[in-house]
Design a protein around this ligand. Structure first.
Ligand code: HEM
Length: 150
């Protein structure tokens, strides 16, 4: 319980912190974030992303957005993107976040729902909370490009 509360507090903090600094998804830091190992490197991120996409489709809040998506293709792009943001030796070849989401109407509530589904997926895969928070902190600033209805 305490761990759970701590973790939620850390996530809230990470999201706040994240909005104060920019993340450059294409940047390649010299060494991977230690969290990259906790996720099981690129292969672990691939398993996570596959589970994540299935949950996104199953969740009534996010499912309608992803109806008709090519699941394996989307999962591979997400895994590559997560790998890159964690400083892993990957290349993300998908669209930038603004372009990828331009054609949809995405609100803050939709963004939060997706983050919650990602947390469920990370929990299910037994990812350490510290590593979860590292990834969430890197993704949080993307809200600026993803949320397009304010
Ligand atoms: C930090 C938050 C998010 C990240 C990191 C993210 C990441 C991505 C990535 C990497 C792609 C693939 C782009 C490509 O095809 O080139 C994508 C596509 C997409 N995203 Fe997001 N996204 C985020 C938030 C959201 C939210 C909040 C929604 C809606 C609830 C959403 C809905 C979609 C949809 C529908 C697609 C197209 C899927 C397809 O059919 O290929 N995303 N996103």
């Amino acid at each position: 319980m305490i761990e759970h509360t701590l973790r939620r507090t850390t996530v809230a903090f990470a999201l706040l912190l994240g909005s104060a600094c920019a993340v450059h998804a294409q940047a390649t830091p010299s060494a991977p974030d230690p969290a990259f190992t906790s996720f099981g490197e690129r292969s672990g991120l691939g398993l996570l992303a596959t589970d994540f996409v299935q949950r996104l489709l199953a969740d009534p809040r996010t499912g309608p957005f992803f109806k008709g998506s090519n699941e394996p293709e989307l999962a591979a792009k997400l895994a590559d993107q997560f790998c890159v943001v964690l400083g892993g030796p990957c290349q993300y070849k998908g669209a930038d976040m603004k372009t990828a989401h331009d054609a949809m109407e995405i609100r803050k509530g939709d963004f939060n729902a997706l983050v919650e589904v990602l947390q469920q997926s990370m929990d299910a895969r037994g990812i350490a909370f510290s590593a979860q928070n590292r990834l969430l902190a890197k993704l949080a600033p993307m809200h600026r490009d993803v949320i397009n209805v304010r």
